[in-house]
Ligand binder design. Structure first.
Ligand code: PMP
Length: 379
């Protein structure tokens, strides 16, 4: 039996997603731009998926653009905003714990195009201070970004409060939210969080890798990164990946109705995990935000490097992550931003549970950690 506890890295595609992907490959394989029936069927698939994502974000389907994933959405958002709104205004305000798919393009803009970037540091518990963020935004700020749920610690950020303040006081500033780790886990009504742009990804919600979507509020002009055939209303050219898009829509449609039940279950499982971890005196839990997602728990095992523990757990068929899958063993910039000492950051393990995780699987994890510690800790 394998125990998969790396759902923040990716999830197992659900049956409705797989079946939609399959049908689009064997039946509705037309090009949505073709004028014949096969083309129309494919187009219908894309539009059905658009409606599903829009319903989940409570917005007009016309505001949804499909892309190859959240990385493309984040790049498009910030480069596009810089192009259109960054001529007179020169400042970007962003949390210091963003995913590299946003942090790196912002660093590029800072280094190559001379934008001023203010990075708001989180407190030790992983939360961005609303006051710090709000006071950094001014008349010169054209882009403000804060993620909804941090992918390494699970801390939930005060996006609604910060963005409502920004929109009230600096309505021209574009507000952007990477909601990848919050989508289909906590309710996100586009209007309620005052975000002009919201980014989500298919493979984190039991669809297939290689598809994402961005909500862009009406009136916000984000120029396309890809130009060509004018697909996606000119916002993202390239023949639509109908199978992936349709699979994304199918997963959202199938799983959205049970979001709150899944959340309650995740809370129970995580409470159980935390209780078990608290009995191990060599473990320090790094996910300590008051407001946090029950799907992600980060902890450090004293004296054992993350990769060493990760690979030991793997021998016990337990799959976790060190920091985040994206940092691939590099020192986690998020944990460092939190002020977590190197000794603990070097031994961090991220457990991200899913909809089907059981208490038995948590027992298997804890047993494996105990065994690993017994074997690997320097005596
Ligand atoms: N943002 C966050 C918060 C993420 O966790 C991830 C995936 N690790 C991404 C963006 C990138 O998503 P994708 O894999 O769809 O490009």
């Amino acid at each position: 039996m394998s125990v998969y506890l790396d759902n923040a890295a990716t999830t197992r595609p659900c049956e409705p997603a797989v079946s939609a992907v399959f049908q689009c490959m064997v039946e509705d394989y037309g090009n949505p731009s073709s004028l014949h029936k096969l083309g129309l069927n494919a187009e219908q698939r894309v539009e059905d998926a658009r409606k599903a994502i829009a319903a989940a974000l409570v917005c007009d389907p016309q505001c949804i653009t499909f892309t190859s994933g959240a990385t493309e959405c984040n790049n498009t958002a910030v480069f596009g905003a810089a192009q259109n709104y960054g001529k007179r205004k020169k400042k970007i305000v962003v949390s210091a714990i963003e995913h590299p798919s946003l942090a790196e393009p912002i660093k590029y803009l800072e280094e190559k195009s001379g934008f001023e970037v203010v990075r708001i540091k989180p407190s030790r518990n992983g939360e961005i201070s609303e006051e710090d963020f709000m006071s950094a935004v001014d008349e010169d700020t054209f882009f403000a970004s804060c993620m909804l749920v941090n992918n390494e610690t699970g801390s939930i950020q005060p996006v609604r409060k910060v963005f409502s303040y920004i929109k009230r006081n600096f309505p021209e500033c574009i507000t952007h939210c990477d909601a990848v780790q919050g989508f289909m886990k906590i309710p996100i009504r586009s209007a309620d969080i005052f975000a002009d742009i919201i980014v989500v990804s298919g493979h984190k919600v039991h669809a297939v890798k290689g598809v994402g979507a961005m909500f862009v509020k009406k009136g916000i002009r984000i120029p396309p990164m890809l130009m060509g055939g004018g697909q996606e209303r000119g916002k993202r050219s390239g023949t639509e990946s109908v199978p992936l898009i349709s699979g994304f829509g199918a997963a959202v449609r199938a799983l959205m109705p049970t979001m709150s039940v899944a959340h309650e279950n995740a809370e129970k499982i995580t409470a159980y995990l935390l209780k078990k971890l608290s009995r191990l005196d060599y473990v320090t839990v790094n996910s300590i935000a008051e407001n946090r997602s029950p799907y992600i728990t980060n902890f450090s095992v004293e004296g054992i490097r993350s990769e060493i523990m990760l690979h030991f757990l793997e021998t016990q068929n337990v799959y976790v992550s060190s920091g985040s899958a994206c940092s691939k063993g590099a020192h986690s910039s998020v944990l460092t931003a939190l002020g977590i000492p190197d000794r603990l950051a070097d031994s961090a393990i991220r457990v991200s549970i899913g909809r089907t995780t059981t208490m038995g699987e948590i027992d298997a994890l804890i047993n494996a950690v105990q065994e690993g510690y017994g074997k690997l800790a320097k005596k």
